[in-house]
Design a protein around this ligand. Sequence first.
Ligand code: IFM
Length: 439
Amino acid sequence: MQYSRSDFPEGFLFGTATSSYQIEGHAFGGAGQTHWDTFAATPGNVVRAENGARACDHYHRYREDLDLVAAAGFDTYRFSTSWARVMPDGRTPNPAGLDFYDRLTDAMLARGIKPMATLYHWELPSPLADLGGWRNRDIAGWFADFTECIMGRIGDRMFSVAPINEPWCVGWLSHFMGLHAPGLRDIRATARAMHHVLLAHGTAIQAMRGLGMSNLGAVFNHEWAAPWDDTEESRAAAELYDGYYNRFFIGGVFNKSYPEVVLEGLGPHMPDRWQDDFDVIGTPVDWCGLNYYTRKLIAPANTPWPALQEMEGPLPKTLMDWEIYPDGLYNFLTRTRRDYTGDLPLYVTENGMASPDVVTDGAVDDQPRIDYLNQHLEAVRRAMAEGVPVKGYTVWSLMDNYEWSLGYEKRFGLVHVDFDTLERTPKASYHAMKAALNR
Ligand code: IFM
C-alpha cells in the first residue's frame, strides 16, 4: 500500500465490513424466512437463483473470520444484525439468534476489535413483508421494537451503531427499479418506502437513546452524478439523479427536508402528513457514514419521470462495471461537511471493488484492488487536509460473499472464499492492508 497507518492521525480507525445475510448462512440458527429468500426463489431475480442459505457459513466460522480481522490489524469490524435471525417472524425474539450476536460481540472484544453494528442490512422477515414491509408506516414501530430487543442484549458493548445500511437501496433500488427484494417497480411504493425507511431510522435512534446508548450514526450510499454532456438537459438530469440517490436521504436526516426536484415526481405518492415526521427522522445522531464506490454519467431520456438514463463512462471499471472515480469520494466528504453535517465526525463506512479473483498456488494476486484502495485513501487524505473531520475508513468487504441479485461471482473480499469448500485465502490486498496497518 502507498499509505500506512502513520499517514493518518492518531486514533483514525481502519476497519472492514460485512453484512449478515451476505455471509452468515441464513439456514442456520433458527433464522426466519426473509424477503430475500423468496425474491431469490423467483426465477429471473438473482443469478442462478442463488441465496444466502449457506453463504460463507460465518454463523459457524465467525471465530476464524474474526481472527483474520484481528491479524490484519483492523481497529473496527462493521457487521449487521439480521432482523429475521433475532425475530424470525419479525416480532418474537429467537434466543438462539440473540445468543449468536452475543457470542459474536464478545469474540470481537476478545480480539481487541471495536464492534460497529448496523441494525438492518436488507433481510426483512417475510411475515413483515406480507404486511407491506417498508410500504407500511407501522414498520417504524416494528423496527424500534427489534432495535430494543437486539440492542437490549448487545448494546452495552457496541462501539457504534447505525440503524439502516444504504436507505437508497431499501427504497429506490428495491421498490422503483425492482432489482432488490421485494422487487417492486411502483412509484407509490417507492415514495412510501423512501420515507418510512428514514422514519424507522429515527425511531431506532430514539429507542437506542432510551437504552442509554451513544455513538449512534446514519449510513448513506452515495454515487457521484455528473452530466453526460454540456447541455442544460443533462445538467438537470444529473441534479435529479443526485437528488433521489444522494440528497433525499442525507437531507432528510440532517436538514429535515427533501429536495424539491425529487418531490416534483414523488410528491403525489408520499404518505399523508409526511412533513410532520421530520422531528423523528432528524433525531440528532453522533456521526455520519458514507459508503462510496463509483460515479454515474447521466443524460435525459424520453420516458416518464424521472426521464433520465445512465450512460456508459470512459473510465476504467471494476467487475461490477462501475467506473473507478476516487474524486467522487473527496467530493462527497467535502460536500457532506459543507451542506449537512458541519463538525460532526464522518466515517467512510464502505469502499472497495469487485474483481475476478482466482487462487493460484495458494495466493490471490489482486493488485487492482490495492490500487483502488490507495486511490480512495488518497481522496480521504485530501478531504482531511481541508479540515473535513473523517475519523475512519472501512473496506468492503472482509471476504467474498453474496452480492445480492448478482449472486456469488462478484468478489469484493480482502479474503477469497471458495464457495464449494468454504476455504478462506487472504488475497494480496489483505496482506498489503496488514502491512500498512502494522507500520
Ligand atoms: O455488497 C454491497 C453491500 O451489501 C452494500 N454496499 C455495497 C456493496 C457492494 O455492492
